[in-house]
Design a protein around this ligand. Structure first.
Ligand code: C2E
Ligand code: MG
Ligand code: MG
Ligand code: MG
Length: 291
C-alpha cells in the first residue's frame, strides 16, 4: 500500500510514519510553514434542512494548498497533526476562519451555523472554551452560530475530561454534534450524559442504504434514537435524489453530501447559497421512484 501510494507522489501521511523519523520531522516543519505561508484553505460544505430545503449551515473542512503537491486532502495530514499535537494550532486556525466566515454570512443576511471538527487533543485543552470565546466576541458572533463536531472515539479517549470540556462549551452556548455516529465505540450510557445537540449519521451507512437493507435499518434507527433523545439528526454522504427523498420520509432533519454540493472554497459559498434550489418534493418523489 505504502509503495503504491508513494509512486503517485502525493503521499504525505501514511500510518507507517514514525514519530521521531526524519520524514516525520520534515512533515512537521512543512506544516508549520504552511500556516506561516498561508497555505491552508477553508472549504465549506452546505448543510440543508430536508423539510424546507433551506441552507441552514456549513461544515468547515480544511485543505492544504501545497506549493508542489497541489491541494492536499485532510486525511493526509490531520492524523499526523493529531499525533504530534500540531492539531491544536490547526483547530485554532479553522475556528478563527469559521468565526470570520460566520460574521461575513451574517453581514450578507444569511443565518448559518458553522460546524468545525475537533479532535481529542482539543477536548483535553481546558482553555479551549475561553480561546473560542476570544475569537467570536470581537466579531459579535453568537456562540450558537458555531457547532463543534466530535467523534465518538475522541470522546472515549478520556471520557471524563472530554465530558467536562463539552459541558463547559455547552454552558457557554456552543452547539455540539457527534460526528460519524455509529462507527466509534461510544456507549449509549455516555451518549445519554453528553450535552450534545446533534447526531451525524456516518456517510458509510447513508451511502449504502439504497442497496443494503441493514444500512437502511441503521439509518432509520439512528434517526429514531436521535429524536427520542431530543437531538437533531444530520445525514452525511447524501449523494442521490433518492437518498434525499428517503431521508426526508424518515424524518431526518438535515442532509449534507455531494448531491447537494461538494465542499467548496469559502469565498464561493454565499453565491452558491443564494442560487441553491431544493428539488421539488413531488417531482423528486416521482423521479426517485423511477431511478
Ligand atoms: P468529516 O468531519 O466526517 O467530514 C465529512 C467528509 O465527508 C468530508 O471529507 C466531506 O468532503 C466528505 N463528504 C461529504 N459528503 C459526501 C458525499 O456525499 N460523498 C462522499 N463520498 N463524501 C462526502 P474531507 O473534507 O476529505 O474530510 C475528511 C475528514 O477529515 C473529516 O470527516 C474530518 O474528520 C477530517 N477533517 C477535515 N477538516 C478538518 C478540520 O478542520 N479539523 C479536524 N480535526 N478534522 C478535519
Ligand atoms: Mg465532521
Ligand atoms: Mg463525518
Ligand atoms: Mg470522518
Amino acid at each position: 500500500y505504502a509503495a503504491k501510494t508513494r509512486q503517485c507522489g502525493s503521499l504525505i501521511y501514511h500510518p507507517q510514519l514514525d514519530a521521531g523519523s526524519q520524514e516525520s520531522l520534515s512533515l512537521l516543519s512543512e506544516l508549520r510553514r504552511a500556516v506561516e505561508n498561508d497555505e491552508l484553505r477553508l472549504y465549506l460544505q452546505p448543510k440543508v434542512d430536508l423539510h424546507q430545503g433551506r441552507v441552514v449551515g456549513a461544515e468547515a473542512l480544511v485543505r492544504w494548498q501545497h506549493p508542489t503537491r497541489g491541494l492536499v486532502p485532510p486525511m493526509q495530514f490531520i492524523p499526523f497533526a493529531e499525533q504530534t499535537g500540531f492539531i491544536r494550532m490547526l483547530s485554532a486556525w479553522v475556528l478563527a476562519g469559521a468565526a470570520k466566515f460566520s460574521r461575513e454570512a451574517m453581514d450578507a443576511g444569511l443565518s448559518l451555523r458553522l460546524s468545525v471538527n475537533l479532535s481529542t487533543r482539543d477536548l483535553m485543552d481546558q482553555d479551549l472554551p475561553a480561546k473560542i470565546e476570544a475569537l467570536i466576541t470581537p466579531l459579535q458572533v453568537p456562540p450558537a452560530s458555531l457547532c463543534l463536531e466530535i467523534t465518538e472515539s475522541a470522546i472515549m479517549d478520556d471520557p471524563e475530561r472530554a465530558l467536562s470540556t463539552l459541558e463547559h462549551l455547552h454552558a457557554m452556548g456552543f452547539k455540539l454534534s457527534i460526528d460519524d455516529f455509529g462507527t466509534g465505540y461510544s456507549s449509549l450510557a455516555y451518549l445519554k450524559r453528553l450535552p450534545v445537540d446533534e447526531l451525524k449519521i456516518d456517510k458509510s451507512f447513508v451511502m449504502a442504504m439504497e442497496r443494503d437493507l441493514d444500512d437502511a435499518r441503521i439509518v432509520r434507527s439512528t434517526i429514531e434514537l436521535a429524536h427520542n433523545l431530543g437531538l437533531s439528526v444530520v445525514a452525511e454522504g447524501l449523494e442521490t435524489l433518492k437518498a434525499w427523498v428517503i431521508l426526508g420520509k424518515l424524518g431526518c432533519d438535515q442532509g449534507q453530501g455531494y448531491y447537494i454540493c461538494k465542499p467548496m472554497p469559502q469565498d464561493q459559498f454565499i453565491a452558491w447559497a443564494s442560487s441553491w434550489q431544493p428539488p421539488d418534493p413531488e417531482a423528486a418523489t416521482a423521479e426517485s421512484m423511477m431511478a
